[in-house]
Design a protein around this ligand. Structure first.
Ligand code: TMP
Ligand code: ASP
Length: 253
């Protein structure tokens, strides 16, 4: 069988040519990186969980009228997506201070912010994804002012949706990152939520205990990452039924 054409390989995902023009197959790897790939590991089962979780959030967003690149999940590790032109920005929404914001401003992690704050980083690992003001984004032509207004509106809708869904299962959405893609419809350009929405790109804390259920478990060596993601998937009711990554095959006597 002819091998599929690989379009792009990132740190956590691979894109293959899709079955029809304008589509891609997004494959979720088990690789985890942190601090711009300074720290790396392979975490068995992570890709399967993120494929399911991203499907769950993207499907929900599509259903409430927030456009995303997601078409359908194909199998345990792959989903069919619309091909988009990725805007080279990490769009970060914060509800509570944590991570780089807490560090930069000397704030205690978990401090509630007066309102959700949207910020942009320029997507470039070699530079450490630097925070950039809107002025840079417009001046360098990465996005227009109109795009930015639309991106902020999209990001806040994603925030409301994901915060609400997570609250329903006892989890606080502290912050998250999304990426936005452009899709051409003839003359018109539409902006859609792209990449993934998963515990790799969110901070998720148990509301009762404060336990971290996201990639900080890996970044900060706080325990087993697959267990944390499995807990998120279990609470959302999207746990794949036949996956037992953390247990080895056992002999039945
Ligand atoms: P930060 O506090 O490190 O700036 O991260 C903010 C949010 O963005 C957090 O939920 C993790 C997510 N994030 C990514 O998804 N990818 C990245 O490369 C970085 C730096 C953060
Ligand atoms: N996404 C990673 C992080 O959150 C950054 C990287 O891939 O190096 O730390």
């Amino acid at each position: 069988m002819a091998r599929r054409k690989k379009i792009y390989e990132g740190k956590a995902k691979i894109m293959y040519e899709g079955p029809e023009p304008g589509t891609l197959v997004q494959y979720f790897k088990d690789d985890a990186t942190a601090f711009n790939a300074e720290k790396r590991a392979t975490i068995e089962g992570k890709g399967v969980l993120n494929n399911r979780l991203s499907e769950f959030f993207m499907t929900g967003l599509n259903a409430i009228g927030v456009p995303t690149h997601f078409i359908k999940r194909l199998n345990m590790r792959e989903q069919l997506i619309r091909q988009v032109e990725i805007i080279p920005l990490e769009v970060i929404v914060r509800n509570f201070a944590a991570g780089s914001m807490a560090k930069r401003l000397g704030m205690e992690e978990g401090t509630a912010l007066p309102r959700p704050i949207v910020e942009f980083s320029y997507k470039d690992d070699a530079l450490g994804d630097p925070l950039v003001p809107e002025e840079y984004i417009i001046a360098f032509g990465w996005a227009s002012q109109q795009d930015l207004d639309d991106i902020v509106a999209l990001a806040l809708r994603v925030n409301d949706f994901v915060s609400g869904v997570m609250f329903g299962v006892g989890i606080k959405l502290v912050d998250f990152k999304i990426e936005i893609g452009r899709i051409w419809d003839g003359e018109f350009v539409r902006l859609v939520v792209a990449d993934e929405i998963s515990p790799d790109s969110c901070r998720l804390w148990d509301i009762e205990t404060g336990q971290k259920l996201d990639k900080d478990v890996f970044r900060r060596d706080l325990g087993n990452l697959t267990d944390a993601y499995t807990e998120v998937a279990r609470r959302l009711g999207v746990l794949p039924t036949n996956v037992t990554h953390t247990t080895k095959p056992t002999l039945i006597n």
